[in-house]
Ligand binder design. Sequence first.
Ligand code: NAD
Length: 304
Amino acid sequence: MRILANDGLDNKAIDIFKEKNFEIDTNHYEIEDLKKVIVDYDILIVRSATKVKKDLIDAAKGSKLKLIIRAGVGLDNIDVKYANSNDITVKNTPNSSSNSVAELVLGHMFGLARHIVLSNLTMRQGQWNKSKYTGIELSGKTLGIIGFGRIGKALAGKASALGMNIVYYDRFKNENESYTFMSLNELLVNSDFITLHVSATDRPLIGKEEIDMMKNGVVIINTARGGVIDEEALLNGLNENKVGGAGIDVFEEEPSLNAELINHPKVSVTPHIGAATFEAQERIGEEVVEIVLDFYDNLANIAS
Ligand code: NAD
């Protein structure tokens, strides 16, 4: 079996594939080249960089490509329905990165609460703004979690251990005795920090109307997907001092060209690195190996 890991893969997973005599190619092909070579592979593994849309699937039609694996959670870079309708299975590795994303959220929250990003920037410019950077504690503040799935729940445990009061909203009300479920509007009105953990949305879940409902000085974190929050509305909220800070890992366009947002003094930005830890990548590699071996076993069973 030939595997193409077009956006790279953890070294341990690569070694396992080699040990098991799979042929694994870790070259990166840009889309036009990928369309030409895709027919030579049984399995395609991608992260978020490679877009597996209709044109690429059309190029693979009728070939031996039967499995696409998203080494990560969000499937928004893959046209899953179209792949499935062409007899190509699509899988992701949903369990591996929750802890890393939850920790990054806390990183942004601490950074904003204590002006760590601005302190770094201004001290490197020779400034000593001690009196300007009085911050707030996270302890005792209300954290509103929108989207209470794997990452939302992992974060709730950590933030609760820090003394935060956790409220959450999800389109499916999942009972949780430890934390308080609220409607979206109730959460917006009551939270000091708001963090988004829903899957990609067709239109922003948080726009001007929602920001207007929030507490003055609210801190908003988005590590879910760009477009879940309206960047223009967020910028206006920051400029009007309605929003006290924003931590953003995902953008409407990536790499982001929104210089005003990226350079805003009340914003802490990271370039979509929620799952970019050695631990998460190793776990993702393990999940990918499991998926491939299951797939291979199923094929062998069908053949025998
Ligand atoms: P999950 O499926 O376990 O949880 C998502 C939750 O959001 C579910 O409970 C679902 O019911 C809820 N939800 C979805 N759409 C909603 C909506 N419109 N309104 C209310 N609730 C809604 O997913 P997860 O593993 O917790 O991941 C959450 C998000 O994090 C995904 O968007 C994923 O792409 C993103 N993510 C980002 C990174 C990163 O690098 N920044 C890494 C991993 C995951």
